[in-house]
Design a protein around this ligand. Structure first.
Ligand code: ADP
Ligand code: MG
Length: 260
């Protein structure tokens, strides 16, 4: 099956600093990719390039068979197909939940109000928030607002969803309700690229873990392999920072260590 998303020799600079280096990454439709790596390694930039929020400098980036780095790419159109949810939810404070949800479908996609509303309500029901449709964002908890932000993105019927540390700003008791929504999408076969520091979640949800360090992809492996037997010293060090490290076999990757 051909890839839905394909980064090929992809490079991104901020001024002199190269923050993405020769990225090669293929994502097949229905795959769930979790991107892990230390802060500053380029995870957010990778997602932002895919969504046209950053301009790439060289290499290739295909989505659904189209080269996105060509001039004339309609990013507005691409963004409808590639939904993105961030740490901060940015709901409009002066609009109730339903109006927040209908803004994109009605204003951008010019869809029929009744259809869009039916879909929005069905999605609200699915995330357990149908009774909040008339509420204003300030009346909702952080976890509820983040679930609404996810629904807002889903209302555009994207082919792919990007999640960038969506639970990082939430109180611990709200993390689960948001991760469950994402897990539900994964189960339904939606293509997902997820940046998270929730390791148990990453392990449970991912088809593949992409491990990055200093702008490069160092490993791309199924979670079972990545978490039990990371192939690089960098990944091993990264995993040791998390508490379940006790469960990991301490295999010294001598070849890698020699390189450091
Ligand atoms: N708008 C920007 N201007 C300059 N440098 C940036 C900008 N955004 C990110 N960077 C730098 O790019 C690198 C990667 O950042 P980022 O993608 O946010 O990493 P991560 O999400 O993995 O923490 C970091 O060194 C960061 O300081
Ligand atoms: Mg980031």
């Amino acid at each position: 099956m051909s890839a839905l998303i394909e980064f090929k020799g992809f490079n991104k600079f901020f001024g002199e600093q190269q923050v993405l280096k020769e990225i090669d990454l293929q994502v097949t439709s229905g795959e769930v990719i979790v991107i892990l790596g230390p802060s500053g390694c380029g995870k957010s930039t990778l997602l932002r390039c895919l969504n046209g929020l950053e301009v790439a400098h060289s290499g290739g980036l295909k989505f659904n068979g189209r080269e996105l780095l060509d001039k004339g790419t309609d990013w507005r159109d691409v963004r409808q197909q590639i939904g993105m949810v961030f740490q901060s939810y940015h709901l409009f404070p002066h609009m109730n939940v339903l109006d927040n949800l209908l803004l994109g479908p009605l204003k951008v996609q010019k869809r029929d109000r009744r259809d869009a509303r039916t879909q929005a309500e069905a999605l609200l029901e699915r995330v357990g928030l149908l009774d909040k449709r008339d509420a204003y964002p300030r009346q909702l908890s952080g976890g509820q607002q983040q679930r609404i932000a996810i629904v807002r993105s889903l209302c555009m019927n994207p082919k792919v969803m990007l999640f960038d540390e969506v639970t990082a700003a939430l109180d611990p008791e709200m993390v689960k309700e948001v991760l469950e929504v994402i897990q539900g999408l994964a189960r339904e076969g939606m293509t997902l690229l997820i940046v998270t520091h929730e390791m148990a979640f990453a392990r449970a949800v991912a088809d593949r873990i992409v491990f990055m360090d200093a702008g490069r992809i160092l490993e791309q492996n199924p979670p079972e392999l990545f978490f039990t037997n990371p192939q690089t010293a960098r990944a091993q060090q990264f995993l040791e920072k998390f508490s379940y490290v006790e469960a990991l076999p301490r295999k010294t990757q001598t070849k890698e260590l020699e390189l450091l």
